[in-house]
Design a protein around this ligand. Structure first.
Ligand code: NAP
Ligand code: ZN
Ligand code: ZN
Length: 345
């Protein structure tokens, strides 16, 4: 089928219109007319080849919601006209232990990413900055029908990427949680952390985000550029969820953890940073990381959001404004997720 989209043609070029083809619906496939597509910072890292491995043309986008327009003959759970979602991956090996346990995001053979990956037919996958997508039903999500659809799109990556580690580390009542970086991931971490009962502090480079942080559910706010504020907060957090997209000092952040505290990394700056051993040994602290979430947990998260009325704070944009949106994200000027109106493609 013919699809319209937007692609990066090289690491240094702006995104531009790109027409391409997707496979016809197979017996297990769901065809979705894309309505809204969230803009994740990973899209920028990928389009600009900041992590390596980019194959061009590259059509980003892995926060997809839309309307089912066709289903294969084996598909029972999705019907034409229903809303459906697609996140960061569209397939995995289905046989390794992680896949069997519903943690396809940690597939031993590597999942098939929604874009810039090789699908089982040997073709490059293209993401959600496009008018339609065809996905195996096992990797398609049900979207709560009671929520604002455009504000649901970011849940497919920013939502699950913050929900999953908070659940894994059982963050909740009695914990002090610090969310580092108030962007797309960060603002969802604040919402989930507060919903799970933790006392949430936002650690931000932007003083101007304080009122928003409190509105989103934080009770405290620290400006990380102010050494005095960091010194006062030393040894006070059970958990830090680090969502920062650019290289930054991790030593000062580790020092904010209590004895046995854990910093969970979800942000993936292109360059690595060193942490001194003292920051671990002095208070038996840990450093962990987490990659999106599996299909089962993503559905659980979407259902939780439906039941608790949780969505992303979004600013909708037309497809042609994507390059400006990237520039604004690089200036940490997004409140708090751009979502592309796919009707403008
Ligand atoms: P985003 O919306 O651009 O937010 C990133 C935030 O980081 C900014 O709003 C800013 O917050 C802070 N920041 C930016 N530059 C900084 C710097 N130099 N020093 C300190 N703080 C800085 O990005 P996002 O979409 O939330 O993604 C965040 C990161 O997570 C990206 O690296 C992305 O690739 C990664 N990611 C990982 C996963 C995963 O599975 N682990 C999934 C999705 C995305 P303040 O203004 O508050 O300082
Ligand atoms: Zn993402
Ligand atoms: Zn697997």
């Amino acid at each position: 089928m013919d699809v319209k989209g937007y692609a990066a043609k090289s690491a240094s070029s702006l995104l531009e219109p790109f027409d391409f083809k997707r496979r016809e619906v197979g017996p297990d496939d769901v065809q979705i007319e894309i309505l809204w597509s969230g803009v994740c910072h990973s899209d920028i890292h990928s389009a600009r080849n900041e992590w390596g491995g980019a194959v061009y043309p590259l059509v980003p986008g892995h926060e997809i919601v839309g309307r089912v327009t066709r289903v294969g003959k084996n598909v029972k759970a999705f019907k034409e006209g229903h809303f459906a979602g697609v996140g960061c991956f569209v397939d995995s090996c289905r046989t390794c232990l992680s896949c069997e346990q519903g943690e396809e995001n940690y597939c031993d053979r590597g999942f098939t990413a929604t874009y810039n990956s090789v699908d089982k037919d040997g073709k490059t996958t293209y993401g959600g900055y496009s008018t339609a997508i065809v996905v195996d039903q096992k990797y398609t999500l049900h979207v709560p029908q009671n929520l604002d659809l455009k504000a649901v799109a970011p849940l497919l990556c920013a939502g699950i990427t913050t929900y999953s580690p908070l659940r894994h580390w059982k963050v909740g009542k009695g914990h002090r949680l610090g969310v580092v970086g108030l962007g797309g991931l960060g603002h969802m971490a604040v919402k989930f952390g507060a919903a799970f009962g933790a006392q949430v502090t936002v650690l931000s480079t932007s003083r101007s985000k304080e009122a928003d942080a409190r509105r989103l559910g934080a009770t405290d706010f620290i400006v990380t550029k102010e050494q005095k504020e960091l010194t006062e907060a030393a040894g006070s957090f059970d958990f830090l969820l680090n969502t920062v997209s650019a290289p930054h000092d991790l030593n000062g952040l580790m020092n904010l953890l209590k004895r046995d505290g854990t910093m969970i990394i979800v942000g993936v700056p292109p360059d690595s940073t060193q942490i001194h051993a003292f920051n671990f040994i002095m208070k038996r602290r840990s450093l962990g990381g987490s990659l999106i979430g599996g299909i089962r947990e993503t559905q659980e998260m979407l259902n939780y959001c439906g039941e608790n009325d949780i969505v992303s704070d979004v600013e909708t944009i037309a497809m042609k404004d994507i390059n400006t949106a990237y520039e604004r994200m690089l200036r940490a000027d997004v409140r708090y997720r751009f979502v592309i109106d796919a009707a403008t493609i």
